[in-house]
Design a protein around this ligand. Sequence first.
Ligand code: MG
Length: 282
Amino acid sequence: MTRKEFLLLSAAGSAALANAQQGEIRPRTPADDGFTDTPMEPDMPWHVHDPNRPHPKQITPASTPGGPPSDAIVLFDGKDLSKWYHRGRGATAGKQVDAGWKVGDGYFEVARGFGDLLTREKFGDVQLHIEWSSPTAIDANSQGRGNSGVLLMTRYEIQVLDMWDDPTYADGSAGAIYGQWPPLVSPTRRPGEWNAYDIVFEAPQFNGDQLVKPAFFTVFYNGVMVHNRKQSLGPMVYRQVAHYIPQPAEDSLMLQDHNSNPVRYRNIWIRRLAGYDVPEKR
Ligand code: MG
C-alpha cells in the first residue's frame, strides 16, 4: 500500500466512524433477517440462515461468574433451606420434614440426625451449579473424609469428598460418577476452600419398564472438564455393578448425608434444559 492509499483509507475509515458515532448506520434490509433462497439444512425444516427459524429466548446472565442467570431456579441463595426437605423417619415416615441442616453465613452444612437433603421441586434434564467445601477438621481417611454427594434425581451421584493429599479408589474420587467413572483429572482444592461443580445431566428415559435412553453426565469441576457427556450405567450403588431401574421422569436433587461428615454447600442453582428446535438423532 502506498502512503497515498493509506491516507485515503484512513480518511474513509474516519468518515465511517464519524457517521457511526452520529447514529447514521446503513438501514436494515431483508437480508439482515436471513435468507429463504439458501439450501435446506439436512433433515430440518429450515433454510440456512432461515429468517423464520425461532429465535433463542433472551435471558440475563449473572453479573458475576458462577452466579445464577435469569432463568435459573435458585435452590440456595445463602439464607435458608426452604426449597429443601428431609425424608421423615419413625412417626414422620413417608412425610416431608423441614430441612434441619445448619445454615451459616452464606452456606449450609450437613448436620447429624436429619439424613439426606432433597429439593421439594423435581427435575429431569438440568444444568446445575453447586459449590462445596470439605471440613477442615481431619478425623478419617479415604471415603470417611468429607464424604457427601450430589445425586441427580436422588440416584445418579457425582461424588463429593476431601481428596486433598488423601487418595481413595479412583471411581470414588471427588468428581467421579460414583462407582463407575473417575474424573478425567482431579482439580480439587484444600479443605475449607470452595470447589464448584457445573453439571449438565440428561435424565434417563423409559418406555414402561424399558430403558430407551440412559443418563449422561457432563461435568466441569472448578472450571475443568472432568466428564464429557459420559453415559451412566445406572443409579449409584456400593460394591455392585450399577443397572437401571424404571423411575419417574423427574425427581428431586439430593445431597448426601454420609455419616454426617460436616461438608458445606453454597450458591446452588439449577436450570431446566430445553432441546433444540429440531430433535437430535443420537
Ligand atoms: Mg458420597
